[in-house]
Structures are given as C-alpha cells and as structure tokens.
Design a protein around this ligand. Structure first.
Ligand code: ZN
Length: 58
C-alpha cells in the first residue's frame, strides 16, 4: 500500500511520459524517478494536473 502511494501517478512509476505524438520525456512530477516522496505525493495540485493531462491523452 505504501509502495502505491509512492509511485508517481503521472508516469505510473516509469519516470517517463509520452505525449499524443509519441514523444517521450522525463516526467516533470517525479523528475524521471518514477516515485515520489510521501510529502510531495500529498501536495497534489500539480500532480493531479499532470495526471489529468496524461489521461486526456489516452
Ligand atoms: Zn513521474
């Protein structure tokens, strides 16, 4: 359960994001690490924004 909290929701732990044209780039939320400090995970405004964008692309 803790692991799940720490996984970056924006990139799902991969550390990479891809836009709708297939360009990949380091996740700006976790800086390419794929995981977040617990405190950062709870500062959700920015994270939620990226997460929503990621879903919209799908
Ligand atoms: Zn990430």
């Amino acid at each position: 359960m803790v692991d799940r909290e720490l996984t970056c929701k924006a990139c799902e732990g991969t550390g990479m994001l891809a836009d709708d044209e297939g360009w990949q780039y380091n996740c700006s939320v976790c800086r390419g690490e794929g995981v977040l400090p617990v405190n950062a995970a709870k500062q959700s405004a920015e994270i939620m924004d990226v997460d929503e964008n990621n879903r919209l692309l799908d």
